[in-house]
Design a protein around this ligand. Structure first.
Ligand code: S0N
Length: 285
């Protein structure tokens, strides 16, 4: 199924079938995840978010995938494209968004953390509206490429919601406190050019070239060292995420240390019930 207009040189195969999202992979190490509720401007309900969490977890565990293109499928019947327009207001209850059983959830917060700590690069491809919680989801991605017609903005204070986590404080890290306050307090809409100028996105393309451009960026990334990129992503997070960020970064150094003979000597000595011998390992300057 077609997700975005235009052509790419990739052969997508369906990875898993869902109701609210489309999930494809290519044999080049690229996955594509798209919210598929175009008639609702790709607003998410709890099921949409559960499916996204499932797909991103599959990507996490797939050693052949290094880059995810995260986008919104379209167009709707009026020919309009969207990345995502945030939480589906028609299922919003008193303390969350209602699933089919009537249980209320705000599971998008789990999704935000999953994308942020995914040890692979997530590129947002924004073909139209990125509004409310959709603008936050786009913000969480590592890189963002937008179509010329993309529109960004917040509506929270107008519709009685807000994201006081990544949606405000991380936004301020990207665009500065003054601009972030303007975005949230005035609830204006911004076009791609304005988004680029304020540092919200990395690049603008024609909508027909959006996926192809994403693939070009992905291929460039995939030529580089997976471990270097994994640790760099964690270090960018660590600067912003406090102890949780440091935990992620330091966890990766522990993983690297496990692969050394020095660390393995400690494990082997314990299992062989003898004192460890670290004498051949240097106190490197
Ligand atoms: C996107 C907008 C600007 C597009 O305008 P346009 O083109 O005029 O289309 P419409 O006619 O308005 O919409 C077409 C159809 O789509 C439905 N629709 C659009 N957005 C939603 C939505 N969010 N929920 C439900 N339905 C939606 C319209 O109703 C219409 O349907 P029909 O044809 O049947 O009438 C414009 O649509 C717009 O402004 N949309 C609303 C944007 C919005 O307010 N979003 C919610 C903002 N709040 C959140 O996202 C909260 C997120 C959250 O859960 C959260 C909470 C705590 C911490 C973090 C988060 C987080 O997510 O970050």
């Amino acid at each position: 199924m077609k997700v975005l207009p235009g052509k790419t040189s990739l052969n997508w195969t369906e990875y898993k079938s869902y109701e609210d999202i489309l999930f494809h992979k290519s044999d080049e190490g690229i996955a594509r995840i798209a919210i598929n509720r175009p008639e609702k401007r790709n607003a998410f309900r709890p099921q949409t978010v559960d499916e996204l969490i499932n797909a991103f977890n599959i990507v996490r565990n797939d050693e052949n995938i290094g880059v995810v293109l995260f986008t919104g499928a379209g167009p709707d019947k009026r020919g309009i494209y969207s990345f995502c327009s945030g939480g589906d207001q028609s299922v919003r209850g008193e303390n969350g968004y209602k699933n089919d059983e009537g249980k209320q959830r705000l599971n998008v917060l789990e999704l935000q953390r999953l994308i942020r700590s995914l040890p692979k690069v997530v590129i947002a491809l924004v073909p139209g509206f990125a509004i409310g919680g959709g603008q936050v989801l786009h913000l969480i991605c590592d890189l963002s490429i937008a179509a010329e017609n993309a529109i960004f903005g917040q509506t929270g204070p107008r519709v009685g919601s807000f994201d006081a986590g990544f949606g405000s404080s991380y936004l301020a890290r990207l665009v500065g406190q003054r601009k972030a306050k303007e975005i949230w307090f005035l609830c204006r809409k911004y076009n791609s050019k304005e988004a680029l100028e304020m540092g919200l996105i990395n690049a603008i393309t024609k909508i027909e070239e959006l996926e192809a451009e994403g693939v070009i960026w992905a291929r460039e990334i995939l030529r580089n060292s997976p471990t270097a990129i994994r640790i760099l992503k964690a270090s960018f997070n660590a600067e912003n995420d406090g102890i949780a960020g440091i935990q992620e970064l330091s966890g990766y150094t522990t993983q690297l240390f496990y692969s050394s003979e020095e660390a393995q000597e400690g494990r082997d000595a314990f299992l062989e019930k003898r004192p460890p011998d670290f004498s051949e390992y240097k106190w490197t300057p």
